[in-house]
Design a protein around this ligand. Sequence first.
Ligand code: DUR
Length: 332
Amino acid sequence: YSHIYSSANFPLEDNGRTYHVSTKPGEVANRVVTVGDHYRAFQIAEFFDNVTKEDLDVQDPGPYEIKKPHLFMYMSKRKFLTITGTYQGVPVSVVAICMGLPMMDFFIRETRHVVKGPMAIIRFGSCGTIKDIETGSIAVATGAFMVSRNYNYFINKNEESPYLISDACSGDKELQELLYKNLKKECKNENIKIIKGLNGSADSFYSSQARHDNNFIDCNDQLFDDIRKKHPNCITLEMETFGLFHLAKCSSSTYHKKEEEEKPASKKVKLSNNNEIKAAATTMIFANRVNNTFISTEKVPILQDKMIKSILDSLIQINLGDEKNLQPVEGS
Ligand code: DUR
């Protein structure tokens, strides 16, 4: 893989692909569902127009590129999998990012770089709940906050608190309501609960989600109480949604921090009015952290099926303005 990169600031391969996600303009749609699991990404792509199981039967560990008239797939060296097709005639993409905030950051920044016009991004993942909500229920995030280890506490012990809990950042209200409404409709004949509330994104599956691990000093006995105190409406913990919501907020030209406003005009970051990201998130509750139960795996496919339909419907229903301002994608 020999490539000449255009710059160290935002490296692009000489063929125009971004450094980690490895897509270029025309390969990603303005409407995106992002997941962790590659297998889940293939299941979503099965809902795309004309896509068959055979289209998705890939053994190659990558990097690989598959181009068909109705389907584009790219697995990057870093294991970001992008699949683009249409859903009910509308261009949509699914991007699998594995796990955690750094992967979410790569995905949003690099995908944003190759798509013109406003975007709608829905995260579809799994989570644990800190309320007494049964596993197999569905959560829709009204907002997200960050739970991180206070690293200094573990270095010099002079710090007061071993964990830092940020303020909450909301997602896009309109997309959230569409998603909630579609999930309700899709699940009305099933015994599946759909709950709205705040989500905490943690920088570890273990320590900063208050799991105990005898191999490490984690000082997290008080963590659930601290989270509940600061965010009484917190229902779920996972590792990605805050990354999406906070970058979506920072992509809006109506949002500017004071420091930015005080800069001289020549130094100001000028956000285009047209590059807003509308973000929402829904998760399957896999773990109940109150009674320490975990979802039984046979429940997952039923949940996924209902959720994928609701997510894709919401993505094509959200208004992103004039079609002519959107990114044209190959094969649509
Ligand atoms: N996840 C959690 N905590 C849970 C259940 C699921 O973080 O209790 C999510 C986030 C991450 C992956 O992507 O699943 C870790 O298993």
